[in-house]
Design a protein around this ligand. Sequence first.
Ligand code: SF4
Length: 341
Amino acid sequence: MAQKVRAKVRPLLVRPGARYTCFGDGLCCTDIHGLGPLTKRELTQIRRIDPEGGEYNDGFEDYMLRTAADGGCVFQLPDQRCSVHAKRGPEAKPEGCTRFPLGLVATPEGGRITTEHRCPCRTLGDRPELTPEDALPSLVDSAGRPSADDRVKKVKLSAKQKVAFSTYREIESKMLDELAKGRKPAKVLDAKPFPKLHKSDWVLEALELIDSRDGTAFGAALGWFGDTILKLVDGRRPRPPARPWASAFDRAEARPGEPRSSREVFADWIADELWSLGWNDERNLALMRVELATRLAIAEDICKRLRRRGLRPDRSAAEAVTVVELVGESDFWKEIVERMR
Ligand code: SF4
């Protein structure tokens, strides 16, 4: 009888080449990711510190930390430190705060430790290699056990083809190898960006993104993203957009370390998009290649414009990745990807 395949969290696995440690750059306490969700216990603890510190958020359909008008957490101090941490210690912080930008996906081979790339502690400066030991404290539940964000047993290669994890691993290993050897990320993805959209077009979608700006860091990313689409598909001249995340990148850039090329920053990001398997739930590998090729084209164009302003190549690419990863997580982008099918 065939053995049942299980998705397990042990052993903990790190993608070779992933580098990260928390330097406290402060960007993770802004709306570059959802500040929550809060468990009942966390909500009670937070409300003991500030009765209005946690609130129901319609967008996330859950209780989240309250944000100020600029999208930053109300508990963030002017010097970027966390007032919950400062007053009550690190264990008083909600799990969402201690976990970001790390994640854990259970697979038949073990728990893949994943990293988000919209955090400059992940993308800029001299960062130590990520190890399971260092990551583990951020990935455990209240009982101290590693808790998975997702479980993957089989992988969807296309809308019609689902394969065993080991088959996918062969495809993935080849792509990761090529990225590590310095091949252009767009060539590794091997997909045409900006496919035809079902019952919509790229100009319409870009205008909706631009109209949705709201003064937050997320809104600024929507503006960059929409303007860049209009430039790439319609030849329009982009406006000089805001960069509310710039001070966090200033701090990261000031850290010692050999600057990387922008291609290395993009390759590192694409490698983790593959490794995280986040696309396997609602998409498939073929669709992921197309949507990622589109976001990569947008990121490369943003990077070029930032470099023209005199920014370092790795910083330009890291800021561009922040924009496309942030928008890539949003419902706006999810709806656009649905129209790519
Ligand atoms: S509670 Fe603290 S760590 Fe969490 S988002 Fe707010 S300031 Fe940042």
